[in-house]
Design a protein around this ligand. Structure first.
Ligand code: SF4
Ligand code: SF4
Length: 169
């Protein structure tokens, strides 16, 4: 009888504790927080830069900048998380929950509403009147410089007169 005592203990413990199994599929599976389930995109943040496409090892992502679409082939994705790491806008994330099985491979396409910024307008060419202004400014400087030139000429004339006076003496 004593040899069965450990088994009785286990039986009573199991009778009064919660089952270790879950009622799947009647009760949805709860994934651990950091499960590498599948990639999701926040399309409003995406700028269609293509970094995710270039960094994806199996080439599961395709970014069409002209067509404004982001496409993933979930059957090729290996859940490495590299695209989410490289995305400059942090709009990709790996969230719990696996891709549903399928008989055929298919790609999932998301339309991205991103509008690329328009190039800045070039500064307008200067008008004809604006070109005339510097000339007018030069004319002003010429008029202000004229008295200085006149004074210089008077000094030169005086210097020329002096040798003549000396010669007379
Ligand atoms: S998780 Fe890895 S394999 Fe999947 S799309 Fe991102 S980079 Fe590609
Ligand atoms: S998901 Fe991120 S890395 Fe990929 S195209 Fe959009 S912004 Fe770029």
């Amino acid at each position: 009888m004593g040899q069965f005592l450990p088994f009785y203990k286990q039986v009573f413990k199991n009778l009064f504790s919660k089952p270790a199994t879950t009622q799947y599929p009647f009760k949805p599976k709860e994934y651990p927080e950091r499960t590498r389930g599948h990639i999701e995109i926040n399309k409003d943040q995406c700028i269609l830069c293509g970094m995710c496409m270039r960094s994806c090892p199996p080439g599961a992502i395709n970014v069409d900048r002209a067509g404004k679409t982001w496409t993933i082939n979930r059957f090729d994705c290996i859940q490495c998380g590299y695209c989410a790491e490289k995305c400059p806008k942090k709009c990709l994330s790996i969230i719990p929950g696996y891709q549903e099985p399928g008989a055929e491979k298919f790609a999932e396409t998301v339309e991205v509403p991103y509008e690329p910024p328009k190039p800045a307008a070039k500064p307008a060419a200067p008008a004809a009147g604006a070109a005339a202004k510097p000339a007018a400014a030069n004319a002003n400087t010429a008029t202000t410089a004229a008295p200085a030139n006149a004074a210089e000429k008077a000094d030169e004339a005086k210097a020329e007169e002096k040798p003549a006076e000396n010669a007379e003496a």
